[in-house]
Design a protein around this ligand. Structure first.
Ligand code: DGL
Length: 282
C-alpha cells in the first residue's frame, strides 16, 4: 500500500467490526474507559466476514484500518474475531511499518485467551465462533501459547450471526440452532467447564445460550476482558495514551445505508445514535 499522509494530532480510538457485533465490545470499552473518544466503523455493506477467505478478510480489514488512521486514530481495535484471526498479524507485521510504525492495531482474541487460565478448573475449554475463526485455528493456537495444558474443542456456529443480524435472537426459531451447536460442542468433550463466545455477535444470544448450557459451565463473553485489557494497555503505553483524545464522545461510521445501521445499532446499544456512511473501497 502507498504511504499515506496521516493526521498527527491526537485522535479518537478506532473500533472496527464487520458489522454490528463490535458494538457489544464498544459498549463494554466505553463502560471501562468513558473518558476517551471513539470512532466505531462497521463494514455492514460487506458483512459477514465469517465465511470469507483469508485474502478478502485481510483486504477489507486493511482498508478499514487505513480509513480509521486517515480519520485521525492512532490506535485501532479490531472488535471482530474473524478479522483478528485472519488479518491482524499480517497488518501488524507487513502493513503498519509502511502505513505508520507508531500506530497500533490490537485484536480481541489475545485478551480473551489471557483470561481463561484462571477460569477453567477442568482445563477443558470449548470455543464457539464463526466458521472463519474456527478454521483459522487461532483460538487453540493462542490458548496453547499461554496454557499448553488446556484441551480445546471448537464448534463453528454459522447460523448464529444471521439470527442476530436478522433480529431473530429472541425468536423461538433461534432455539434450535443455539441448542444444536452447544450440544455438538459438549458432545466433543464432556469435561468442558468453560465456553468462549468467540464472536462479537454472540452476547446478543446470551439468554438462549445460558438456557441450553448445563449448569456449572462458565460462559465467557469477551467484551469485559477486551475492555480491561485495553485499559491495561493504555496504562502500560503512556506514549499511545497521550495520542488518544478525551471528551467522552463516540461517532459511528458504516459502509451501509445510514437508516439501516441506526435501526440495528439501536437494538445492539439500547440507545439511539447518529451515523454517517463512508466508502472503504480504494
Ligand atoms: N463480528 C464477527 C466476529 O466476531 C462475526 C460477524 C461476521 O461474520 O462478519 O467474528
Amino acid at each position: 500500500m502507498a504511504k499515506q499522509t496521516l493526521p498527527t494530532a491526537p485522535g479518537p480510538i478506532g473500533v472496527f467490526d464487520s458489522g454490528y457485533g463490535g458494538l457489544t465490545i464498544l459498549s463494554k470499552i466505553r463502560e471501562v474507559l468513558p473518558q476517551y473518544d471513539f470512532i466505531y466503523l462497521g463494514d455492514n455493506a460487506r458483512t459477514p466476514y465469517g465465511t470469507r477467505s483469508y485474502e478478502i478478510v485481510y483486504e477489507f480489514t486493511r482498508q478499514a484500518v487505513s480509513k480509521l488512521f486517515e480519520m485521525g486514530c492512532h490506535l485501532v481495535i479490531l472488535a471482530c474475531n474473524t478479522a483478528s484471526a485472519k488479518a491482524l498479524r499480517t497488518i501488524q507485521i507487513n502493513d503498519l511499518p509502511r502505513m505508520d510504525a507508531m500506530r497500533r492495531v490490537l485484536g480481541v482474541i489475545r485478551p480473551t485467551v489471557e483470561g481463561i487460565g484462571n477460569v477453567t478448573q477442568s482445563r477443558h475449554v470449548g470455543v464457539l465462533a464463526t466458521t472463519g475463526t474456527i478454521f483459522s485455528n487461532s483460538y487453540p493456537l493462542e490458548i496453547h501459547k499461554l496454557f499448553p495444558d488446556i484441551q480445546v474443542s471448537s464448534q463453528a456456529c454459522p447460523m448464529w450471526v444471521p439470527l442476530v443480524e436478522n433480529n431473530e435472537a429472541h425468536s423461538p426459531g433461534a432455539d434450535y440452532f443455539v441448542q444444536q451447536y452447544i450440544e455438538s460442542l459438549l458432545n466433543k468433550d464432556s469435561q468442558i467447564d468453560t465456553m468462549i463466545l468467540g464472536c462479537t455477535h454472540y452476547p446478543l444470544l446470551l439468554p438462549k445460550i445460558q438456557q441450553y448450557t448445563p449448569e456449572g459451565i462458565h460462559i465467557v463473553s469477551q467484551g469485559e476482558w477486551v475492555a480491561e485489557s485495553l485499559k491495561d494497555y493504555l496504562m502500560r503505553h503512556p506514549e499511545m495514551e497521550k495520542k488518544c483524545t478525551k471528551g467522552g464522545r463516540c461517532v459511528y461510521r458504516t459502509t451501509e445505508a445510514e437508516d439501516k445501521f441506526t435501526e440495528s445499532a439501536t437494538f445492539f446499544l439500547k440507545e439511539s445514535i447518529r451515523v454517517e456512511r463512508i466508502n472503504l473501497e480504494y
